[in-house]
Write a protein that binds this ligand. Sequence first.
Ligand code: MV4
Length: 459
Amino acid sequence: MFEKVLIANRGEIALRVLRACRELGVRTAVVYSTADADSAAVRLADEAVRIGPAASRRSYLNAAAIVEAARQVGAQAVHPGYGFLSEDADFAEICADNGLVFIGPPPEVMAVLADKSSARELMRRAGLPLPPGSVAPVPTAAAAAEVAAEVGYPVIVKAAAGGGGRGMAVVATPAELPRAYARTRAAAQAAFGDDRVYVERYLTGARHVEVQLLCDSHGNGVHLGTRDCSVQRRHQKLVEEAPAPALSAGIGEAIAECALRGALHAGFTGAGTVEFLVDPDERFHFLEINCRIQVEHPVTEMITGIDLVHEQLHIAAGVPLRLRQEDVRFHGVAIECRVNVEDPDRGFAPTPGRLERFVPPGGPFTRVDTHGHAGYLFGPHYDSLLAKVAVWAPDRELALNRLERALDEFDIAGPGVRTTIPFVRRVLDDAGFRKGRYSTGLVEQLLAGPPDAHHRRLR
Ligand code: MV4
């Protein structure tokens, strides 16, 4: 195992990684920006290195500053968390060039999987089902129209360099296609410096189901089952659960086995996630592979008892997987909601400010991942995730009740500060959600509907 790891992240995930290191006897160093000088991670880490000002471009995205910090403290490995440089193949390569272990897959694997078009091609060859559409990038509007006519409308135009919902446009009719095609290409060029796009049939009423994987550097891998992440607004997840509910017998296992086959085919190592859409007929379609620990990983930890960050560290240190598939057992249901410092009544605009009161929930089978504390100044510089509340219960009904109970206890207040808790409550209260029958359309449906009597009462 490593003697010292540099944590190249902030917020709740920096704490999460720090705790895993502590538990394995690994010394910790964190990097931080000026804005995070008083953060919990800085306080708890063995060492902390300031790498730049608040702006992420000059701190958490500054590869040279991070590598220099690792050299200064004598770290052997870098844990990138999620976001920031976590899926940047160039950063992984820079780490390697500087004698540092990047805690994630090899840079070549990251590069192939980061490109949605090459990832699709690779997964197609591994035998994974894809949404109907083009595999190679579509070079002209006319070619896009041809693909669309073949697969049928609605279609979705996606940037090859995108991912996580960035750089895509849904097109309902042939008339709209040329403009949407041009717009997505221009947006992709501006955002990623790469204007390649491809076209897929847009699957409506589908569920977003993803599979957690652990693969070592010796060709072994296991899956840790499914999660449903259909509850998203503008591709920000709000509620996640494990296992994915209301799938017919055998479908979850089939998806999970497929995911593992694809990842091993790609040479993937570490902790990763394969995303699928499951259509109303329960056909599943590969979307993308994420090469990082994800925000929603706690729900998988709660149903399997496996610490994913411990496993990441062991895998990166070259240790063969200590689990066989038959050792991975699934127990009960875990549900997580994100608590963002945003105002759901004002288009989810961030509402940074000082948390004068911050009393997180407690109680049985209730896990809160947060960097918040009473008096914490929640700044405007980074994303608005303040806390994740995850609960476990033997069945889904009890898990939902437990999550509502936990949210009742959560007391967050400060001048101008709002949170997504009232909106999450509406999700948990939704009749379809309660039954486990919901799709990627749920949030839009809730936002379109007038705030009902119940919602008014909650506010
Ligand atoms: C889709 C799709 C439907 N059809 N692709 C969004 C994130 C990225 N990983 C892929 N995403 C989607 N791709 C096809 N061919 C639906 C989504 C999607 C979604 C779309 C609208 C509103 C919420 C959504 C939540 C998850 C996935």
